[in-house]
Design a protein around this ligand. Structure first.
Ligand SMILES: Cc1cc2nc3c(=O)[nH]c(=O)nc-3n(C[C@H](O)[C@H](O)[C@H](O)COP(=O)(O)O)c2cc1C
Length: 135
């Protein structure tokens, strides 16, 4: 079983996660204060306030980063160089591979790409980052 841990404020990441779960049957758990992760899994979060990691994700990662296999961020390309950079920041701080970045709640193509990356462990691969390089 693959586990996904996610943070969502306005619902985009949650919509993305719901579609992934619908297709794959994977288990998704929303991050809450004090969540104790028992199964290793993948983080999906969003970028906020000029390229920042959300407080909730930050607190979660400080406690549980050893259980996280890859990081993914939602964002909005309107933010230019700050597009979904929470994934880069978390990847650097905790030395965890980036799986992908997507806009808002993701397109069907993004969802399928994410599933492919996670299933086949293509973290930080050319395939996952190709699209991201033009961000
Ligand atoms: C106040 C605010 C600041 C944001 N800052 C960024 C940003 O710096 N970079 C980015 O890529 N997206 C940024 N976004 C867009 C969100 O990351 C994007 O809407 C995301 O899908 C939100 O996920 P959620 O709906 O699950 O909370 C920002 C959105 C808001 C409301």
């Amino acid at each position: 079983m693959i586990y996904l841990y996610y943070d969502s404020r306005t619902g985009n990441v949650e919509r993305f996660i719901n579609k992934v779960v619908q297709i794959t049957g994977w288990t998704a758990i929303r991050i809450q204060d004090g969540l104790d992760v028992k199964e290793a899994g993948h983080l999906v979060t969003y970028t906020t306030n000029f390229g920042k990691v959300s407080d909730k994700t930050d607190a979660f990662m400080r406690e549980q980063n050893h259980q996280i296999l890859s990081v993914t961020s939602s964002g909005n390309r309107n933010w230019g160089r700050n597009f979904a950079v929470a994934a880069d920041k978390l990847s650097e701080i905790f030395d965890i591979p980036t799986a992908m970045k997507f806009e808002l709640s993701g397109t069907l193509e993004d969802i399928n790409q994410f599933i492919d990356i996670i299933k086949n462990q293509y973290y930080d691969s050319k395939r996952g980052s190709e699209k991201l390089d033009i961000a």
